[in-house]
Design a protein around this ligand. Sequence first.
Ligand code: NAD
Ligand code: IPM
Ligand code: MN
Length: 362
Amino acid sequence: MNYKIALIKGDGIGPEVVNEAVGVLEAVGEKFGHTFEYVDVLLGGCATDAVGKSYPDDTAEKCRTCDAVLLGAVGGPKWGSDKPAEQRPETALLAIRRDLGLYANLRPAVLRPAMADACPLKKETAEKGIDLMMVRELTGGVYFGKRDRYQTPDRGVECTDLMAYSEQEIERIGRRAFEMARLRGKKLASVDKANVLETSRLWREVMHRLAGEYPDVAYSDVLVDNCAMQLVRDPSQFDVVVTENMFGDILSDEASMITGSIGLLPSASIGDTAPGLYEPIHGSAPDIAGQDKANPIATILSVAMMMRYSFQRPGEAAAIERAVDAVLAEGWRTADIAGPGVTPIGTRRMGELIRGRIEAMA
Ligand code: NAD
Ligand code: IPM
Ligand code: MN
């Protein structure tokens, strides 16, 4: 097959990690007889520098002509919160998610076998394993609500960010999560703050209605503060976790760290139509950008998710995951996961080793 892929390299370590993931795609293409065509698409701080705005007019359209989108990361101190919205990289990221209808963000947190020693939890907790799928709602909630900033007569400036959810938005992400649970361990935890928020009470109502349609899935409600704690106490209790946009953002960074590093966790953002967008959950890591220090594994595993969810190629996805596990099992580590006494390797070397593993597969 020939696949056309939009590459949004972005800012900071974005181009470095995307380059390694593209190398892996090429190795997969060789091995399995596919060809990939790439279209470079501008989005983020680099777009602001090039054309004056972070989300150029033709960006979404260019992505729509492709079968999938691979994104590195966007953002950086150069385009901070003091800049107008249209120049900020994060505004563009939200806009592309909305414009491509990518309401479901799948963020798997897996403690890979070779990484058990990198888990910061108690040894006996780590030994129970971590293999959960966070399903984060991605195009609603406080991220997309009306914002306001105004002067009050007596309390200075006041700001508001509206958190809104409709039944329809909750139901479609809920269905995705129940379906995902069916394909996995048949357990679903829905995370909310129904003891305080009206949006969460509606969330819970809709989830309970759906739970009736999926009697084979063991369903539970978990309050978000408790979930944050349970992830550290005993993450092995979770299979699929579904939650709203901002809770999912925060909890997935937490989930990444208990599996060793944020540099390891991939994600898939999907909607009801192609293309899906694949990106690591980490950001542009300005502190290590341009130094060949970033861990490319999260982006490489995002390509595996692309194979699985956009192209229905589970064999190719598994080959990439096996290659990553094999290289980790041999003890190769980038700086973020190198324990004491381990000499880290760079971004490019890690990519090269993973490609080599794919090439060597029978
Ligand atoms: P970050 O994820 O970029 O970095 C947090 C820490 O993790 C840093 O110390 C960084 O060096 C480290 N880190 C991240 N990815 C790594 C990797 N692959 N290998 C090794 N170490 C890694 O988060 P931040 O510093 O809060 O944000 C920096 C910028 O990135 C901000 O502008 C933010 O808005 C943006 N951001 C973008 C995305 C995205 O594009 N999807 C996601 C998160 C943050
Ligand atoms: C992520 C990031 C983004 C988010 C930011 C950069 C807008 O943190 O993809 O997790 O909050 O969704
Ligand atoms: Mn985030």
